[in-house]
Design a protein around this ligand. Structure first.
Ligand SMILES: [Zn+2]
Length: 210
């Protein structure tokens, strides 16, 4: 089982970020040149923040995973139409799953394109371009030292009665040694934008020793 290299003893604050829920989809497009790739990047960027995008491959085969806010799929179809009028080979797959990720991988191999790494859930190991929950670990100077990401399924399984129970449950299920942080005393800290917890100093020392 992979171990984290996060210096657990230097974690001073833990913040949670939630990704808004939505529909995921993947577009595969065969491009002729770099100009096409730039145009595609600008196209997807232009729909942010309603449609978030993450590039999955670069080269002849350019592919993007997208996350659409809400349930109205019209925008996905409109983008597909625009792409089909401009490019010879276009596929729209209406979810991100292992099947489409394998197809992108195979097509990259066949076309000499490069696969861009996708985040993996740090509990179940599933590839997820838009993990539902991210936990950021900050040091005493409030600098980010690590981020762990969790998919929607694992997030749902860990949802507890309080934010504190939720975060502890995720950390204990995490594949790394971060579970020790779940046994320390977490104190809710004031943050306007995020749910954040301070790791108590004496608990940090216990962590450093253990
Ligand atoms: Zn997961």
């Amino acid at each position: 089982m992979p171990r984290s290299r996060i210096p657990v003893s230097s974690v001073s604050q833990i913040c949670i970020d939630f990704q808004p829920k939505g529909l995921t989809a993947v577009y595969l497009v065969e491009t002729e040149d770099d100009r096409d790739a730039l145009d595609l990047a600008a196209l997807f960027e232009g729909f942010s923040p309603v449609l978030q995008s993450r590039q999955l491959s670069t080269g002849k085969l350019v592919s993007y995973a997208v996350l659409l806010q809400g349930q109205d799929q019209t925008l996905l179809e409109e983008i597909e139409k625009v792409l089909k009028t401009n490019y010879g080979f276009v596929i729209l797959h209406r979810s991100f799953d292992n099947i489409i990720h394998d197809i992108v991988r195979e097509l990259c191999k066949d076309s000499g394109s490069s696969l861009i790494p996708v985040p993996k859930c740090d509990i179940c190991g599933k590839y997820d371009p838009f993990p539902e929950t991210a936990i950021n670990f900050m040091d005493k100077d409030n600098s980010l030292i690590a981020t762990r990401r969790y998919c929607a399924t694992c997030t749902a399984e860990s949802s507890g009665r309080s934010n504190k129970e939720f975060i502890i449950s995720l950390l204990q299920a995490d594949r790394s040694d971060l579970g020790t942080l779940g046994r320390t005393e977490l104190v809710r800290s004031r943050s306007r934008k995020q749910i954040a917890f301070k790791v108590k100093a004496d608990a940090e020392e216990q962590c450093a020793v253990s």
